[in-house]
Design a protein around this ligand. Structure first.
Ligand code: SIN
Ligand code: MN
Length: 224
């Protein structure tokens, strides 16, 4: 029998903010988070260093590195042409599996991940002062869902609507280990990070300060 008070079914903890926008707190365990942070340090030492992309001449406060395809404002390429020209690391197999599991958990549909093949990941690092203004993820030519994972300090994440960067929107506290998926009618919703909450990274997550966010996406570009 399932006790309604103590049922540990993770789906009970999920919340759909708007149709297609799913929030799943505590999706990643602390050891999983720490393992991913170890990978982050390897990626930082890889062929393309982490950097602040320039949007219309202004450096973003967030630092980004990419896997699979390199993102720069408004487009993707295999080589980091605005950094050092090197090809980015391949999109890892484990991340593909994690992305599929994320969709299953978000939707409760065991087949939700079957056709999901993200081919790029943007890994963003936020220090205590970093922010991300309201924007749409629309540099991809595919409308497959975006899978977002957070590690380290909590942030205030603002998730809105697809028509305007203003209200209606909702502010939620995305914490270490949380999953957020936006697809379907929410795929082109405006969203942003209005605040990092320093000192909130849990012990054992692998990151003493700052926040890492990984977003997996499907570029819609040909694989070669
Ligand atoms: C993004 O919008 O690409 C990143 C969102 C986040 O850091 O949670
Ligand atoms: Mn985004």
């Amino acid at each position: 029998m399932i006790d309604p008070l103590f049922d540990d079914d993770p789906r009970r903890r999920t919340r759909e903010l708007t149709p297609g926008a799913h929030w799943i707190p505590n999706f990643l365990t602390l050891p999983q988070q720490a393992w991913i942070v170890d990978r982050f340090h390897e990626w930082v030492d890889g062929p393309v260093p982490v950097r602040s992309a320039k949007v219309r001449g202004h450096e973003m406060s967030v630092k980004t590195l990419c896997l699979g395809w390199h993102w720069r404002p408004y487009r993707y390429s295999r080589e980091a042409v605005d950094v050092n020209g090197n090809r980015v690391l391949a999109f890892p197999e484990w991340m593909l599996r994690l992305g599929r599991r994320a969709l299953i958990e978000a939707t409760g549909d065991p087949s939700a991940g079957d056709d999901y093949s993200p081919d790029t990941a943007l890994i963003n690092f936020y220090d205590a002062d970093a922010r991300m203004g309201m924007h749409q993820d629309k540099d991809e030519s595919s409308l497959e869902p975006v899978v977002s994972l957070s590690i380290g300090d909590s942030c205030t994440f603002r998730f809105g609507n697809a028509e305007t960067r203003t209200k209606p929107y909702e502010d939620i506290l995305l914490a270490s280990g949380d999953l957020f998926v936006f697809g379907g009618p929410a795929r082109l919703a405006f969203h942003g990070v209005t605040k990092i909450h320093p000192g909130t990274a849990p012990a054992g997550c692998g990151l003493a300060q700052g926040r890492i966010n990984i977003t997996m996406r499907v570029t819609g570009l040909p694989s070669e």
